[in-house]
Every structure is written in structure tokens, then in C-alpha cells.
Design a protein around this ligand. Structure first.
Ligand SMILES: C[S@@+](CC[C@H](N)C(=O)[O-])C[C@H]1O[C@@H](n2cnc3c(N)ncnc32)[C@H](O)[C@@H]1O
Length: 378
């Protein structure tokens, strides 16, 4: 604590002045009132006198004062959760009551070793993901996360066709991974206290505690904000700040599940086969663990995308009349048009002899893996 001159004063005791070694905890008026109310205890120690204040086992209502339980989660406030979301998304109201990342980090430190896979199926604003990414950066860990979140949770959001998962959860996680710029006010919690009847009866002491905190912190913030809302008394130090948070790095994939199961409920496809694009996305994701084909899917050529120097093709017609087969003509067209040397082709029929394929590979300096469309769709 900084030295504060107004906390250095003598306390009169049995005709002598007791001075603090450095400073007292309370302001002079509060101490003198406690002295007058007989709430101070003077103890001789090491040739000097120490002063402490009395805490009664029972309060004025006769209720036993609860011993403050030992907490492993000190110094983390709900407000930190809102600040974390606000600084990344620029909107503190983007999600109600998000947990503070520091809280989840603390819990992960107890239970998730450095290779853990952390799953949060009710991800909300994505606090768990932020906590995993930040903790990995702090302790060089390799934890991974899987989170899921529904698109909307209120009727209004549903009517507005909102997508919380995309616009809040995924945006926040991407912000943490890639880094973000922020301008805003930083609120530092200095006090959060539930107002009970007992405290109301001792309002004066609570007010002087707030006043003491205010004068202690006056120089450290632009302004100090006191609020009493929904039975919670808070005091925050407010500072306007601008800054850039570095990204934590590492990969993150956002994927959306379709409204209906890709292969029909209980694999009952009925008359309607899954669309070309849906199977293309499925194939691309299972092959590459990457959701985006970068919009390069082309139903005419059958190319659905590229990833790490490999081209992926899907030869599939969602009807029950014709099959799209891979043949030598197809491979020769690809040889002439595709710059990549590694190819993966999913198709409905393979009309290429092993021997011809090997010869084609040797001739063009390419490798091709031929696969049948998943699930024997037809
Ligand atoms: C209490 S919030 C999670 C808050 C989050 N831990 C945070 O700090 O930001 C729970 C979330 O679960 C979501 N949810 C509820 N049922 C769900 C479901 N069946 N599938 C996916 N998400 C769901 C709700 O939309 C809500 O946002």
C-alpha cells in the first residue's frame, strides 16, 4: 500500500500517544469513533503497543458472525467477466453475466493438466475458450477446447434470427486468438458487498468504509463510481484506456451444425439425398479438420477445396438415377488443370484400374487417393 500521510496520526492511550509503525488502516475520525465506542484493543508487544479492533462473535441482532470461509478464488469479481467481453467485442451488453476468465483459469489449474481437452457444451459468451487459450499461453500448455452454443435463447432473439454462437461466442474466441484493439473504460472493482439488514443497521460504518476506500484510491483512477443496485453495493475505479491485446495464437474452427441431420434421423434418408454442398462440407471437414473450403467448391469440376497443398474432389450427384464415377478422362482433366500434386477424390464409382492409376501418377508426378462417397449414399 502507498504511504498515506492522513493515515499517520497518534491514538491517545493512557496518557500517551501511540504512533503506527507505518500507518493505520482507518482514517483518524473512524479510529477516534471506534476508540470512543470502546471498539479498540491495546496490546503490549515488544516494548511497544499494538492497536487492533474488536470483532464481536454475535452481531447486534444476536446472530453469530460467520467466519469468513477460506476462499481459493480471491480477487475475482463478476465485473471482470463483463469487462473481458466488452474489451473484445466493444460491447459490455453483448452477453448477460459472463463469467470472469480468471475464475475458469483458476478452476482449470486445479483439474486440467497441460494436455487436457476442456469441453463446455453451454459455452455462452465463450469464457471457457478464452481461459484455456490464455492459460496455455501463460504456462506453455497444450490444452484444447470444444465448446458449443445455441443460436438464440430468447423469443426476441429467435424472431430477430440472431446467432449468438457466431456473433458473440465465435467472435470473442477469434478475438482472443488473433488479438484485438480496444478503447474503453476499464473498471477495477474495489468493493462488492451484498447489503444485508445487519449492514443497513450499521450503514454509517459501511459508508465510512466506502469513503476510506475512495480516499485511498482517489489518485489511482480517473473517477470512482459507487452504485447500489439489486442489493449489491459496488465501488469501482474507472480509467479510460486504449490498447492492443496480443493474440494467443493457435487454431480455432467455427462450425455450425445443420438444422436437420445430414443423413436423416436414424440414417433414414427417405427420397431426398443430402445436397452436394452438405456432403462436400462433411468430406472436407473430416479430411482436413477445417470447416471452410474458402468458397472454392465447384459442382461442375467436382473440386471442393484445397488444404495444405492437397486438392479435394467430390464426384456425387444427389439423385438416384446417375452415378458420378472417377475415370481416366477425369484424372487427365485434373492433371492438366490442378497445380497440386496431392489429390483426394471422393466418388460414386471407381472406373480406374490400379495399374492405370500408378502409371498416371508416375507420368504426372502426382499422387491420387480414390475414395467412395461416405455411407453408401446410393
Ligand atoms: C450460463 S450460460 C454460460 C455462460 C458462460 N459460461 C460464460 O461465462 O459466458 C449457459 C449458456 O448455455 C446455452 N445453452 C442452453 N442450452 C443449450 C443447448 N441445448 N445447446 C447449446 N447451448 C445451450 C445458453 O444459450 C446459455 O448461453
Amino acid at each position: 500500500m502507498d504511504e498515506r500521510k492522513n493515515l499517520r496520526y497518534p491514538i491517545p492511550y493512557e496518557g500517551q500517544d501511540i504512533w503506527p509503525e507505518k500507518q493505520w488502516q482507518w482514517k483518524k475520525e473512524r479510529t477516534l469513533k471506534a476508540l470512543a465506542d470502546d471498539e479498540l484493543v491495546f496490546t503490549s508487544s515488544n516494548g511497544g503497543i499494538t492497536v487492533s479492533y474488536k470483532q464481536y462473535q454475535f452481531d447486534e441482532e444476536g446472530e453469530e458472525r460467520g467466519a469468513k470461509p477460506f476462499s481459493v478464488i480471491d480477487g475475482i469479481y463478476t465485473q471482470h467477466g463483463t469487462e473481458a467481453v466488452a474489451s473484445i467485442l466493444g460491447d459490455g451488453k453483448a452477453f448477460p453475466f459472463p463469467k470472469p476468465p480468471a475464475l475458469i483459469k483458476r478452476l482449470l489449474q486445479f483439474g486440467a493438466d497441460s494436455n487436457a481437452v476442456v469441453m463446455d457444451v453451454f459455452a455462452g459468451s465463450g469464457t471457457t475458450a478464452q481461459a484455456v487459450l490464455e492459460l496455455n499461453r501463460e504456462d506453455d500448455g497444450n490444452r484444447r477446447f470444444i465448446i458449443s452454443q445455441q443460436r438464440y435463447e430468447t423469443l426476441e432473439q429467435q424472431k430477430a434470427n440472431a446467432n449468438i454462437c457466431r456473433d458473440v461466442t465465435a467472435r470473442r474466441v477469434r478475438g482472443v486468438v488473433e488479438g484485438y484493439e480496444f478503447t474503453g473504460t476499464q473498471l477495477t472493482p474495489l468493493l462488492e458487498e451484498k447489503i444485508t439488514w445487519t449492514q443497513l443497521r450499521r450503514a454509517e460504518s459501511l459508508v465510512s468504509r466506502v469513503e476510506a476506500l475512495k480516499s485511498e484510491n482517489a489518485d489511482s483512477f480517473d473517477t470512482l463510481v459507487t452504485k447500489c443496485e439489486d442489493g449489491l453495493l459496488t465501488l469501482h475505479g474507472k480509467t479510460t484506456c486504449k490498447g492492443k491485446a496480443d493474440g494467443t495464437g493457435s487454431g480455432f474452427t467455427y462450425a455450425a451444425v445443420s438444422d436437420t441431420p445430414l443423413l436423416g434421423e436414424y440414417r433414414d434418408l427417405g427420397d431426398k439425398l443430402p445436397s452436394y454442398n452438405d456432403i462436400a462440407k462433411y468430406v472436407f471437414y473430416t479430411e482436413t479438420s477445417t470447416a471452410s473450403t474458402n468458397g472454392s467448391t465447384d459442382k461442375t469440376t467436382g473440386k471442393i477445396g484445397e488444404h495444405a497443398g492437397t486438392s479435394y474432389y467430390l464426384l456425387y450427384r444427389p439423385n438416384r438415377k446417375t452415378d458420378w464415377a472417377v475415370d481416366m478422362e477425369f484424372l487427365n482433366t485434373v492433371a492438366a488443370s490442378d497445380p497440386n500434386n496431392r489429390l483426394v477424390v471422393y466418388c460414386e464409382k471407381i472406373w480406374v484400374h490400379q495399374h492405370d492409376r500408378k502409371q498416371w501418377e508416375a507420368q504426372h508426378g502426382k499422387k491420387v487417393r480414390l475414395m467412395l462417397v461416405p455411407f453408401n449414399l446410393k
